[in-house]
Design a binder for this molecule. Structure first.
Ligand code: FES
Length: 110
């Protein structure tokens, strides 16, 4: 059962393994990734120079690497490798192969 405030994004098969896809949900810029079948939703805006490029990042060691200058964020919670705040991370649900995420808070975690 889907609780309230989850937004429908796309089908799991619409994502390519390891390649990000960008969505706007409640005016929040989101980067969505599918890694080994698991789906992760992070803020698309890098805290470094506020580039909206995370969806173009590459995946390394269960992290996404910003393509601009290489800052690295954990897929599971968006934090930096040293534990520092990084990208916001949003709850994901997959029901019948449809991806839903809950993204309401526009404030950044910088
Ligand atoms: S803007 Fe992301 S690392 Fe510089």
């Amino acid at each position: 059962m889907l609780s309230e405030n989850f937004s429908k994004l796309c089908r799991v098969e619409d994502l390519t393994e390891g390649i990000g896809k960008r969505f706007l949900v409640n005016e929040i810029d989101i980067a969505l990734f599918k890694i080994k079948g698991e789906v992760f939703a992070l803020s698309n805006v890098c805290p470094h120079q506020h580039s909206a490029l995370i969806y173009e990042g590459f995946i390394e060691d269960n992290c996404v690497v910003c393509p601009a200058h290489g800052w690295k964020f954990k897929l599971k919670d968006g934090k930096m490798e040293n534990g520092g705040n990084g990208l916001n991370s949003y709850p994901v649900k997959v029901i019948d192969d449809i991806i839903y995420i809950k993204a309401e808070d526009k404030s950044n975690n910088w």
